[in-house]
Design a protein around this ligand. Sequence first.
Ligand SMILES: NC(=O)c1ccc[n+]([C@@H]2O[C@H](COP(=O)([O-])OP(=O)(O)OC[C@H]3O[C@@H](n4cnc5c(N)ncnc54)[C@H](O)[C@@H]3O)[C@@H](O)[C@H]2O)c1
Length: 250
Amino acid sequence: MSSFSNRTILITGAASGMGRSHAELFGARGGHVIVHDINPDGVAATVKAIRESGGSATDMVADIRDLQSFRTALADAVKSGGDVDILVNNAGVTGGRKSIEQVDEAYWDDFMAVHVRGAFFATQAVLPAMKARKYGRIVNISSQWGIAGSAFASQYAGAKAALIGYTKAWAKELATFGITVNSVAPGYILTPMTMGSRTRPEDYAERLRPIPLGRGGEPIDISYAVAWLASDEAAFVTGHVLNSSGGEVI
Ligand SMILES: NC(=O)c1ccc[n+]([C@@H]2O[C@H](COP(=O)([O-])OP(=O)(O)OC[C@H]3O[C@@H](n4cnc5c(N)ncnc54)[C@H](O)[C@@H]3O)[C@@H](O)[C@H]2O)c1
């Protein structure tokens, strides 16, 4: 099990769900975590949980769609937290089910601003310090639907496929700077994003049917994959997409 002591980890969208789970795992393994999200109460709760377990964390509240506010909040956070060694591009919103015709321009722009533009410019913001120190780990949170496609969620599948494209391109562009770039593509994970949409037990059972391992993933299942890709144990792995879907997409 890798230690992250002497590492600063920025996790976007860490007020809830998987982002909070990643933040708590990195904190428990000795890292200093910059907990970013648009939701201040959720950020405070994640920071509190890390500190109560003996870890170290800084809060960073910003809407990732507002790049100026994101950059200002990051500059403040690194003053106390130190330059970012590890970036996890995790912030996201659920797209719901929409046909191609149901997606209008405003919705498309807003959705892409969180998932794709947000991840691109968060990465751009941390690169100067990573390049200067010739060390960095970037983990982009994609989705099994970014690999396999999903009918009536093309905006989501397209955004997550874009993150896989970035992962491979950035891996090639940044390798000479000692920076690795990888992606985790989660399957169906039980978080606030997914649990709101299935309240009847029969709908939930139906959703689990195509998953060979027979269950939905827990956030910690994904956190272990993220932590491994961000660790020194994965120093020779870059441009990889780690599919963690219980076998639903192979
Ligand atoms: N839950 C799943 O089954 C699943 C599967 C595959 C991929 N994912 C992806 O994993 C990531 C985490 O999802 P989750 O299931 O933990 O969801 P979640 O809703 O619990 O967490 C997403 C976080 O992103 C934050 N966020 C949203 N818009 C933001 C903005 N404009 N600025 C800053 N923060 C913002 C939210 O406030 C929230 O805390 C997302 O990228 C999601 O697309 C989820």
